[in-house]
Design a protein around this ligand. Structure first.
Ligand code: ARG
Ligand code: GLU
Length: 681
């Protein structure tokens, strides 16, 4: 009996029955969850979240660019997202004379709003279960094509649960999206990479854009005749603030989770891929940081690249620690052992799937590592992207050279290519590369020769070579790229793809198997950059020994971190002044008592929603569907939640909408923007 009880408990613990707020749910199927949401404090209906008959919350949420979320907050197309989501746009409008990164940007009129070529936002028009059509033999490409209605929409069919379900997603895409406002980086990126993925956090991570449409409110390429888009729906803003325990819902586009993979994949991530990638990025970052500190122009040029490299670099480190702490590999192995026992004793159709997956992963490992090295130790050298793009007719050398330093690139090439030469299996090292190293005597000497001889290391050399009709394919950079591409094309990619598609097919079975093995568990479909709802509540958490974390931060914390000599912690003078005089006006909150008040301004809060990359910029909504804040990060102990969610400690981080409003009002002096917003008091 005891043994039986133990195994039930163990199974429950493994199966995740008690995992309170895990999950990212499909909006069109939210009816399955709505009772639970309502029990936890949601006061609206499933139809309010997603409807094809009437305007619903989904019509106020967009996929922003290629991997963030944004939300509409006015009848005139005003849109909120994160500062880090608009970062490359803010950077592209910045120079030493107009340093919007450092000083912020506030359009004082519609005419001053800045267009952003290449930036688009996508609204989900509808989603539809097409599993039966796919199973009946229809092609995904044909289904999507039909849904595009001759170019009116964009559409794709996405697999869920590893092909156990298929959904069609139809989007309307707007391409005239203009920058309206951004706070200075000392607010929008306060704490920089030091505070990134951390709590307590004091970042006002927001930026403001506006969507423009043609006179019929339809998508149109940029034109000064375009007019502000009139959305079907936008969010009312709540200035009431958040309390511990309050219901929160996040509506957005989470990118990737891998909740149902085997221990093999986690082992690969933890013990193979992450360490190699972290080490390579450490080298690149050290080089970039040194160059940025030496030259303010380089600081701007490499700001966006730096942020992107550092973001994943830090996340992988937290993820590895988290997987280690939770023992995810071992837990999954235990789970797999009991699955295997169950399959062998009662479900023979599943008895081969785990051994086959294990064998396939074993075979995949060298190819997966070769790909990691290819992407992190070879093609990260920017000269290689120049070589690859310059042969294409439509390459824009301006945008490349604007943010390019051949010195930085050279220093990085020396380090990462040396790592490639050392760590890649000989069959994945091009003979040409080895010959060149031998010819010059070292990787460093090879790199020096390459950078001296190539015509692609500067705008001037490139133009001169073009004028003299020099064939780019004769450029030494192109030759090296060609040698590596050939290795990738012949030795890495084909076998990798073959094994990977085997693995995907096996997961189709294993996913179904897990659902049969645990009939009472509710499985959310892994994130795949489609629109999802996550819900939870505002909650602090218990961290390392003796440390409890509160659920919100305030301006006091910004001032505690103030340090004028450090770029990332140099609080704007205006904010220092406001703090000194405690001139908070309508944005003050009292964190003291009635007898002994302590006035401050709220900045950020955490909650238990399950989020991932792509959820940046997502609206954080209260039980009435009003905007409480903008999601922008996860805490350090949550960085492994794409693979295992730990409801004790996993928290998403949001900037409090009141801090956004305070910044607009008091730092940007742009409170005219409030005129088009709607507030609930
Ligand atoms: N960690 C957040 C996300 O994954 C925010 C990144 C931007 N901030 C930064 N300091 N790089 O994207
Ligand atoms: N900052 C992330 C993003 O850009 C979201 C935070 C996360 O990964 O949870 O999408």
């Amino acid at each position: 009996m005891k043994k039986f009880l133990f195994s039930i408990v163990a199974l429950l613990a493994l199966s995740g029955v008690a995992r309170a707020d895990e999950g990212m749910w499909l909006p069109s199927l939210i009816g399955d969850k709505i009772k639970d949401m309502q029990a936890k404090g949601f006061r609206l209906t499933a139809e309010d979240i997603y409807s094809i008959n009437q305007a619903s919350m989904k019509d106020a949420v967009v996929l922003f660019g290629g991997g963030c979320t944004g939300e509409l907050i006015s009848a005139e197309g005003l849109l909120l997202t994160n500062h880090h989501c608009g970062y490359s746009q803010i950077q592209s409008h910045s120079s030493l004379e107009h340093d919007y990164l450092t000083n912020g940007f506030w359009a004082l009129s519609r005419e001053e709003e800045l267009p952003n070529p290449g930036l688009s936002v996508s609204f989900l028009v509808r989603m539809e279960d097409v599993t039966e059509r796919i199973n009946a033999g229809e092609k995904a490409a044909d289904i999507a094509d039909e849904a595009r209605e001759d170019g009116r929409y964009s559409a794709s069919v996405e697999s869920l649960y590893y092909g156990n379900q298929y959904f069609l997603f139809v989007y309307e895409v707007f391409r005239d999206v203009r920058l309206v406002a951004a706070p200075p980086s000392s607010i929008g990126k306060f704490g920089g990479d030091t505070d990134n993925w951390m709590w307590p956090r004091h970042t006002g991570d927001f930026s403001i854009f506006r969507i423009y449409a043609d006179k019929d409110n339809k998508p149109a390429a940029y034109s000064k005749d375009n007019v502000p888009y009139r959305p079907k729906k936008f969010f009312t803003i709540s200035t009431k603030g958040v309390e511990q325990g309050d219901f929160t819902m996040i509506y957005g586009f989470p990118g990737t989770t891998r909740r149902y993979v085997t221990s093999d994949f986690v082992d690969y991530t933890l013990n193979h891929s992450n360490p190699v990638k972290i080490d390579l990025r450490t080298k690149r970052l050290n080089t970039i940081i040194a160059a940025q500190e030496a030259d303010p122009e380089v600081r701007i040029m490499y700001a966006s690249k730096h942020a992107n490299i550092a973001n994943a670099w830090k996340k992988w480190q937290g993820e590895s620690l988290g997987l280690e702490r939770l023992g995810t590999v071992q837990k999954k192995q235990t789970y797999e052992a009991s699955f295997q026992k169950w399959a062998e004793s009662s479900r023979p159709e599943y008895k081969d799937v785990l051994p086959q997956l294990h064998a396939a992963y074993d075979e995949l490992l060298p190819y997966a590592m070769a790909r990691d090295l290819y992407s992190e130790a070879f093609s990260v050298v920017e000269l290689m992207s120049a070589a690859s793009n310059a042969t294409r007719g439509n390459w824009n050398p301006d945008s490349f050279y604007k943010n390019y330093s051949a010195e930085i690139d050279r220093d990085i090439a020396v380090q990462v290519w040396a790592t490639y030469a050392e760590q890649a299996e000989p069959r994945f090292v091009p003979a040409y590369f080895t010959e060149q190293i031998e010819k010059y005597g070292s990787v460093e000497a090879l790199v020096d020769a390459l950078f001296a001889e190539s015509n692609l290391t500067s705008r001037e050399k490139f133009e001169a070579a073009k004028a003299a009709c020099v064939d780019i394919k004769e450029d030494p950079a192109y030759k090296l790229l060609a040698a590596f591409s050939e290795i990738s094309r012949n030795e890495i990619t084909p076998r990798y793809n073959e094994l990977n598609s085997q693995i995907t097919t096996l997961y189709h079975t294993y996913m179904q198997g897990q659902m049969d093995f645990e009939p009472n568990r509710i499985f959310f479909p892994d994130a795949n950059l489609t629109l999802r709802v996550a819900y939870g509540s505002v909650q602090g958490y218990e961290g390392d020994d003796a440390i409890s974390y509160k659920h919100f931060t305030t301006l006091d914390g910004i001032m505690e971190k103030d340090s004028p000599e450090v770029y990332d912690y140099d609080v704007p003078d205006r904010l220092r002044e406001i703090y000194r005089t405690k001139d908070y006006g309508r944005w003050a909150i009292n964190t003291g008592t009635e007898e002994k008040p302590h006035l401050t301004v709220p900045v950020a809060f955490i909650a238990t929603n399950h989020t991932t990359g792509g959820n940046s910029g997502s609206p954080v909504l209260n039980g009435d569907g009003e905007l409480l804040g903008i999601n922008f990060d996860r805490t350090w102990l949550s960085t492994m939640s794409d693979l295992e969610f730990d409801s004790e400690v996993c928290r998403n981080i949001a900037v409090d909408i009141r801090f956004v409003l305070f910044t607009i009002d008091r730092i940007g002096e742009a409170d005219y923007l409030f005129d088009e917003m709607v507030f609930s008091e």
